[in-house]
Design a protein around this ligand. Structure first.
Ligand SMILES: Cc1cc2nc3c(=O)[nH]c(=O)nc-3n(C[C@H](O)[C@H](O)[C@H](O)COP(=O)(O)O)c2cc1C
Length: 453
């Protein structure tokens, strides 16, 4: 269990006098104005780290950050620890005393180029989805200028995340309001539970903000889905990069300082790797992706830069994690932002007992029936398709999307009830029937494979 930080809980923080009506929010010429909203999630303790990372990943002296906090978020950080201005509910009402005085949430709306809410907790998510505006942050969101991007990074306990209400609220934010999600990840949560719902890493959030700021691939880095990986050294700079093209980021528990989306050419991603542990058992191995050399093949993925001090331990960790024999190949990586390609080494898994090229029927049959210690194989495959679509809408992976289609057909004919189907929003008729009778129970249950097994 991850110990909770030593929180200095305070319901009201009088860290400075509330602002007066004469306070003005001035924009600085040539700079990018970022507002960070924080809510009452424990992930708010990362605020200082997040701000530092955003500064690190953005061009120097080009970004100005201000913070808007809910009253509950102030239990998790102390504004005096920050160099940035922090606005709270008191300011909203102290700046406005009579007609003609500034209305803070409107002034903030005008001041900002982008609003990032990180973390967005379940309560504020629900309020925003329903249009409530009972504090400075929710009023700002309600009044938001839809010509400007709004990013949100949900953070909550897995039980909250898997509650059907969360799915509905997220849908409203993403589809109706067109806000952009920086999806949560799976890891050990601060409350000690292990599961999905933790806030995306600060590196990930910062790289998205930096890419918006640099006006390159603003939508691409909205989600990370990594597990299979290739390791390569960016020889010129003697930096190590990890290339992720497979499963979710829930095990990126190695440090990284940069994320670059892009393509590896000369390889295709295939579900040809047997998984006797994470997504299956030794008796009934599941399937994970691997890279297969193909002259005209390409594979889209994310490259993670591992800091020099952590290279050795990361290699050790990754070798242990995958426990398979890899052969080393040199490949070219092409960043999505058009910056120059560079050579790197990949470890591909053609030379090990778990490499198992098969036809689509066999892959579908295996995936639909397998589960391992990391969860169901179906979850793995559908999540991969989902993230590939969301992260790289410009890139179409035929093998993956064909597999997704075939898996959904199999789910329908076998009436598979895996909560991932609802989490990812697949609209399958038989699930809708079940949902109306007892959706909450289905979502709360573990995988039910009664008909598939
Ligand atoms: C120690 C602690 C940690 C919490 N962490 C979270 C969290 O990560 N996500 C969440 O949705 N709620 C979390 N909550 C509950 C919220 O703080 C609570 O719902 C609160 O009303 C949110 O208020 P706000 O959305 O106005 O900031 C936590 C509560 C406590 C006491």
């Amino acid at each position: 269990m991850i110990p909770l930080p030593n929180l200095n809980l305070r319901s009201v923080k009088e860290y400075r006098e509330p602002l007066s009506p004469s306070h003005r929010l001035l924009r600085s010429a040539g700079k990018y104005h970022l507002l960070i909203g924080v809510t009452g999630s424990v992930a708010t303790i990362k605020l200082q780290e997040l701000i530092a990372e955003i500064h690190k990943q953005s061009p120097p002296d080009k970004i100005v950050i201000k913070v808007v906090t809910t009253p509950n978020a102030m239990n998790f950080f102390n504004p005096i620890d920050l160099d940035e201005d922090v606005f709270d509910d008191r300011d909203e009402w102290s700046m406005w005393q009579s007609r003609g005085d500034p209305v803070l949430h409107i002034e903030l709306r005008k001041w900002a180029d982008t609003l990032l809410i990180a973390p967005l907790d379940a309560n504020s998510l629900a309020k925003i989805a329903h249009g409530l505006c009972d504090n400075l942050l929710t009023s700002l969101v309600r009044a938001w200028d839809f010509n400007k991007p709004l990013y949100f990074a949900p953070a909550m306990n897995t039980a909250m995340w898997e509650n059907p209400l969360t799915y509905q609220h997220m849908k409203t934010l993403k589809e109706l309001l067109q806000f952009r999600e920086i999806p949560p990840i799976e890891k050990e949560l601060m409350c000690g539970d292990k599961g999905y719902g933790a806030m995306a890493t600060v590196q990930m959030i910062a790289s998205i903000i930096a890419s918006v700021h640099n006006n390159c691939c603003p939508l691409v880095l909205s989600f990370i889905f990594i597990r299979s990986f290739n390791i390569r050294y960016f020889q010129k700079l003697h930096k190590m990069w990890v290339f992720g093209y497979g499963s979710l980021l829930w095990y990126t528990d190695f440090p990284y300082t940069e994320v670059v989306p892009g393509l590896v050419k000369g390889f295709s991603r295939r579900f040809y790797q047997l998984s006797p542990d994470h997504r299956g058992t030794p008796e009934q191995p599941g399937r994970a992706v691997t890279l297969v050399p193909e002259e005209k093949g390409t594979c889209w993925g994310l490259a993670y830069k591992v800091p020099e001090h952590a290279v050795e331990s990361t290699i050790e960790y990754l070798n242990f994690r995958e426990r398979a024999g890899y052969t080393c190949e040199q490949v070219e990586f092409h960043p999505d932002d058009g910056s120059p390609s560079f050579n790197l080494y990949v470890y591909i898994s053609l030379d090990n007992p778990y490499y198992n090229p098969s036809d689509m029927d066999e892959i579908v049959n295996t995936i639909i029936r397998s589960r391992g210690r990391s969860g169901t194989n179906l979850e793995y495959a559908l999540r991969l398709a989902d993230v590939q679509r969301r992260l790289a809408p410009h890139y179409y992976d035929h093998h993956l999307f064909e597999l997704e289609r075939r898996l959904l057909d199999a789910c329908i004919s076998l009436r598979v009830e895996d909560k991932i189907l609802q989490v990812l929003g697949y609209k399958l008729d038989y699930l809708a029937c079940n949902a109306s009778s007892d959706k909450a129970q289905i979502l709360a249950e573990d995988m039910i494979f009664s008909k598939a097994g």
